[in-house]
Write a protein of this length. Structure first.
Length: 488
């Protein structure tokens, strides 16, 4: 603060460094709120304290429930009351025309315009030492400048990766007053927005009547730590009173669901080679969630609708509202209620009678997604309500077991190997018992490998202990879930 008091910007050629500016939010808190260390002493008074917080901070680290928001401050120097260093810049003058005349140049002492004047070498003799000293102080050698530039670029990239916090007014501005509606779901409505002339986003405005904020906390807390090419990026969030929103990168090609209606529909089908790329990328994304982070992330809602496609049809896993975090050495997780979507939910998630909930539950959901990619047919529907009609995954298994083709459209010669691979891998993933399912690492290896895949055991054979048929149990499970398409 002392530096700021003695620094008069109006009569100085120096200005604040753009690379050391940030956005701050001021909060007025009672004296009881002592969990923050960013107090602004000069604004605080008897009975209250004023804190400054970086606007990009995650709400999880801000214990500000008893505080009142005062102001948003844009592009201000890093908190000078907290750090002893104040970063300033000055523009190097253009002295070329003076040097061509064999003269030296100096700044005119007239304020901030950085105007220069030429002086004879003889007149400048007494000031040469001062000029040399100033040059050494305010100029760095080439290597030092390159190193500093490298650091600043890293900091800019790092700040861009961290989700930013927006006010509700910001969300309205970004979405142009919610003009372009992209879709609507059980938890909120998604609008297209624009952060800049080149950066488009999708803003999901959450329904205030749905849940107790758990989905919001799950999404921000989980996605703020994820950086993978096959996981959608959370750009920012809004928690402004009872109004909540999530801001994601915008993916122009919608969801995978739009492109797997049927391989026979050439208007929407992408071709088996592209489907192979998409399936492998999704598998790598799930493998990253299970093994690539500090904590294992269980998604619990893997389905085509939650796989979004960018302009190159690169898939990105989205919607982490039902996700659960656990340590990598934790083999099972506890859940008080089932979560997931009908047709993709693993049996053990619905009922503990089928086994323990673990990362293998996501493997089951991915297997169902693969089988749907094979035939463009839902894994649930009216057929499962009639026990005289065969369950779709069981129908796929029977065709493979009998050596029949999959009765789907094949474009180029040899492309039939891809849907057959999908079917075999998918059937491995939906084995009734979690212990019999492969890990996602093994799934990736199977999808990347050749054609000689081992046929899995029949997932619909007798369960043994109860003497019941698993395919009938699968039908009954889906019928029970049909009344509640999404479980909270």
């Amino acid at each position: 603060m002392k530096l700021l008091k003695v620094f008069n910007k109006s009569i100085s050629p120096f200005h604040f460094s753009k690379n050391h500016m940030t956005d701050l939010t001021l909060f007025n808190c009672s004296l009881a709120e002592r969990q923050l260390d960013e107090q602004v002493p000069c604004f605080s008074g008897p009975g209250y304290q004023v804190y400054s917080v970086l606007s990009s901070y995650s709400i999880e680290v801000l214990p500000l429930l008893s505080c009142t928001k005062m102001y948003n401050l844009s592009s201000v120097p890093y908190p000078s009351y907290k750090y002893a260093t104040l970063f300033l810049e000055w523009s190097e003058p253009n002295c070329g025309h003076c040097e061509r005349q064999g003269r030296k140049c100096r700044l005119k002492n007239n304020g901030t315009k950085s105007e220069i004047e030429c002086v004879d070498l003889s007149k400048a003799g007494t000031k040469r030492k001062w000029v040399a000293t100033a040059y050494r102080v305010y100029s760095s050698d080439r290597k030092e400048k390159e190193n500093q530039l490298k650091i600043e670029r890293f900091l800019d990239d790092y700040r861009a990766l961290k989700p930013s916090r927006y006010s509700y007014a910001d969300i309205k501005r970004i979405t142009n007053d919610f003009k372009d509606k992209l879709g609507e779901g059980a938890y909120g409505t998604v609008y297209k927005g624009k952060l800049s002339s080149e950066l488009f986003v999708a803003a999901k405005v959450l329904n205030s009547s749905k849940g107790d904020g758990e989905e919001f906390i799950n999404e921000v807390g989980t996605m703020g730590h994820i950086h993978h090419v096959n996981v959608v990026r959370l750009v920012g969030f809004c928690a402004d009173g009872f109004r909540r929103a999530l801001v994601y990168e915008f993916l122009p090609n919608g969801s995978l669901q739009d492109f797997i209606s049927s391989p026979d529909n050439k208007n929407s089908f992408l071709g088996w080679d592209k489907m192979q790329d998409i399936a492998l990328a999704i598998a790598k994304g799930i493998e990253y969630l299970h093994q690539g982070c500090d904590q294992r992330i269980l998604h619990f809602d893997i389905k085509p609708h939650n796989v979004l496609l960018d302009h190159n049809f690169t898939p990105k896993i989205s919607d982490f509202g039902l996700a659960k975090l656990c340590s990598k050495d934790q083999s099972i997780v506890s859940m008080t209620t089932a979560r997931g979507t009908m047709g993709y939910i693993a049996p053990e998630v619905f009922s503990r009678n089928f086994g323990n909930v673990s990362y293998k539950s996501d493997v089951y959901s991915f297997g169902m997604l693969l089988l749907e990619m094979v035939g463009g047919r839902k894994n649930v529907g009216s057929a499962t309500e009639n026990t005289n009609e065969i369950y779709y995954p069981e129908w796929i298994y029977n065709l493979l077991e009998e050596g029949d083709d999959l009765r789907i459209h094949i474009g180029e010669e040899g492309e039939g190997k891809i849907p057959k691979k999908f079917a075999i891998v998918g059937l491995w993933c939906i084995q009734w018992h979690p212990v019999d399912r492969p890990s996602m690492k093994a799934v990736v290896q199977m999808l990347e490998g050749g054609e000689s895949l081992t046929m899995p055991p029949n997932p619909f054979a007798s369960t043994g202990a109860a003497g019941t048929n698993a395919s009938t149990a699968a039908r009954n499970l889906n019928i029970q879930l049909e009344a509640i398409p999404e479980l909270e």
